[in-house]
Design a protein around this ligand. Structure first.
Ligand code: NGQ
Ligand code: ZN
Length: 416
């Protein structure tokens, strides 16, 4: 049995106790459009046409609706076994691009939702400056995302001063498309030395091609040449990597955040997992657009994508770890602290249903594989975060209140 799993998976009278899982990538507002972008708008539908639909939804949010959607989302995350979430947050201003009277109003809505539901939050205010690699101005629908360097650093430091036991604040660069090189350098120079940095890096082939055309290098190669990428960094959607980039990023100690259900939903491409594991790279998972909120489904599809293209089975294993579920879970646990900034989250726990038929006769040796690969019934019954019990008997304490608040917010968001 994998050492990490042997040390952290226990049978208790209440059921199988496992460590909580960190969700390394979330855009909370996108929960409100889950399932609403699955109709063809154009025969050439792609990530880029989905993005237009997403922008139309983004336009409708205010602090109150963001808070209600985030509460529902965080309840769902906790019920699924995620105990920390990294919010890659870029809906900063009013829809016309003007800052709210309180410039942190939208950030505060997320912080309040995390506090109320009990999930640990790594808030990543996003720097978003340009509409493409050519440096073009933000489009009308992107205006509420934008900052200049000084405005961004003011927001960052204002939020950073509020860090507490349940809140970490790091920096996100939206993407190389959205951040000019000199602005990236200025912002990185203005951060505390231990700040976590997350960036969308190489999700779509078109952005790799644009980066080569404008900056003369692939996105990951460009970033490695122009920033000190190390264990404080998380590269989100490192989908399109060549072998040299894989070796260099793995060696840097950075984490890659993979979001298999969203990456499948958006038609991004397939991450080269086996090569990454062979290079000793760190990785974790995120639910990103929240068409699925389930670590089980992310891990299952991460492995299944590899099986489908290689026509083999049991890909994510190592010499000392023949179980796929244990290898996946151990890697996700190992990357959490570096990516989220929470050093003390290892005691957060979830308890799986002792009476579930899916776990009948389970042993410490097979319970993780059963959880990740068998069936569709959610098995999490109890969740503890930072010593606080937030879920009991299969439902979060605020399950009904969050659902009612969400339904009301959706009426507003979907109104004509
Ligand atoms: C986002 N989402 O920022 O929400 C992005 C799409 C973009 C994902 N990449 C927008 N999954 O990358 O420009
Ligand atoms: Zn994202």
């Amino acid at each position: 049995m994998h050492d990490t799993i042997a040390a952290s998976v226990h049978r208790t009278p209440a059921g199988w106790r496992l460590p909580g899982i960190a969700n390394l990538h979330s855009h909370a507002f996108q929960r409100a459009m889950a399932g609403l972008a699955e109709r063809q708008t154009d025969p050439a539908d792609s990530f880029w046409t989905w993005r237009e639909t997403m922008y139309r939804m983004a336009e409708r949010f205010d602090p109150e609706t963001l808070h209600a959607v985030a509460c529902q989302l965080y309840v769902e995350m906790l019920e699924a076994g995620y105990t920390t979430v990294c919010e890659f947050h870029y809906l900063h201003h009013a829809p016309d691009g003007r800052p709210y009277a309180d410039a942190a109003a939208m950030s505060d809505a997320l912080v309040a939702a995390a506090r109320e539901t009990g999930i640990r939050l790594t808030l990543l205010p996003v720097l978003y400056m340009t509409g493409g690699f050519d440096g073009r101005a933000l489009g009308e629908r992107q205006r509420r995302f934008g900052h200049d360097v000084d405005g961004y650093l003011r927001l960052f430091h204002d939020l950073h001063a509020r860090q507490d036991a349940g809140l970490r604040v790091g920096c996100a660069l939206h993407s190389l498309r959205a951040v000019p090189p000199e602005a990236m350098r200025a912002v990185l120079a203005g951060l505390p030395a231990d700040a976590r940095v997350h960036v969308h890096i190489a999700e779509q082939v078109a952005e790799v091609e644009d980066c080569i055309a404008v900056r003369g290098a692939r996105p990951v190669a460009w970033l490695l040449d122009n920033a000190t990428v190390d264990a404080r960094w998380t590269l989100v959607h490192a989908t399109h990597l060549d072998d040299a980039e894989i070796a260099a990023v793995a060696g840097s100690g950075a984490t890659v955040a993979l979001c298999p259900t969203t990456e499948a939903n958006l038609g991004d491409g397939l991450f080269p997992l086996r090569t990454w594991l062979d290079a000793g790279g760190r990785w974790g998972i995120g639910s990103d657009s929240h068409i699925s909120v389930s670590p089980v489904e992310e891990l299952r599809w991460l492995e299944y994508g590899q099986r489908l293209v290689t026509r083999h089975r049991n890909i994510a294993v190592r010499g000392d770890s023949p179980s796929v579920g244990e290898t996946l879970l151990a890697d996700v646990l190992a990357s959490a602290a570096a990516s989220t900034g929470f050093a003390d989250a290892a005691n957060d726990s979830v308890v799986l249903d002792a009476d579930a038929p899916l776990l009948a006769g389970a042993t410490a040796d097979d319970v993780v594989d059963r959880w990740i690969f068998a069936g569709n019934r959610p098995l999490v019954r109890e969740v503890q975060v930072a010593g606080r019990q937030v879920m009991r008997g299969g439902a979060h304490m605020a399950h009904d209140a969050a659902a009612a608040g969400y339904a009301a917010a959706m009426r507003t968001l979907l109104a004509d």
